[in-house]
Design a protein around this ligand. Structure first.
Ligand SMILES: [Zn+2]
Ligand SMILES: [Zn+2]
Length: 239
């Protein structure tokens, strides 16, 4: 038994997994019972570059990505941003239910394993320092930390910074969202040659993660993927 697996089994004796959704005993590796796990709104086929659902898909990308490819090389999301996933995420984000981070990471790790994707480092989408101070933590960093335990890939929160606050993308008309985040990030350490996974809690409009991907590619990253536990359709339908 390795030290890590010993620690994990000791931890599961001290803190046996319990379902965060219904309180029943959890499965061995996560705070979720088998019944609630089965009922989660998992995404089926998704667009390879923006992770929007592609029901009954024959193509690998949505029409919008075929027409205007986003800067990232790929995108992976595991769950529809619907109940109870939206609850898990908003409670992590606004009520600091940090136990939700490892569960969301475990669910995303399942999908990543099925997709057979990989990265050299994980970069959580940074909050502006003022927002980070107000909230006390970054929910994307919590999910990235959970992913590190599954994938063994280092987390580099120092690699990208947010230059300015951009407000809530969802509050803006669709045509203003891309412009709102343009130039919002800067890269703070060398990225040349690395395969980077940008990690967020939920992909909503897609413009924020696309802008971060664009900035990392411009700084020399070899490949940039966007990973999030959940995918929401943008307000009003298309992103
Ligand atoms: Zn349950
Ligand atoms: Zn797409």
């Amino acid at each position: 038994m390795t030290v890590n697996s010993w620690l994990r089994s000791a931890q599961s004796i001290a803190y046996p997994p319990h379902c965060l959704l219904c309180g029943a005993p959890g499965q061995p590796d996560r705070d979720l019972c088998a019944g609630c796990d089965h009922d989660l709104p998992r995404l089926g086929d998704i667009c390879a570059t923006c992770a929007l659902p592609l029901p009954g898909a024959t193509a690998t990308r949505c029409a919008r990505c075929l027409q205007t490819p986003p800067p990232q090389d790929a995108a992976v999301a595991a769950l529809d941003y619907a109940a109870p996933v939206d609850w898990l995420i908003t409670r992590l984000k606004f009520s600091r239910q940090v136990s939700h981070g490892p569960l969301l990471a475990a669910l995303l790790a399942d999908r990543l394993a099925a997709a057979g994707t990989d990265a050299d480092m994980l970069v959580p989408v940074p909050l502006h320092p003022r927002r980070r101070r107000e909230r006390g933590f970054n929910q994307a960093a919590e999910i990235a930390a959970g992913l590190r335990r599954h994938l063994g890939v280092p987390v580099r929160p120092d690699l990208a910074m947010r230059r300015r606050e951009t407000g809530h993308q969802a509050d803006l008309p669709a045509r203003e969202r891309a412009a709102n985040v343009r130039g919002a990030f800067r890269v703070a350490a060398p990225v040349a040659g690395y395969r980077i996974a940008v990690v967020d809690d939920v992909i909503t409009t897609g413009h924020t993660v696309a802008e971060l991907a664009r900035t990392l590619i411009a700084a020399g990253a070899d490949r940039v993927e966007v990973w999030a536990p959940a995918r929401a359709p943008a307000p009003g339908g298309r992103q």
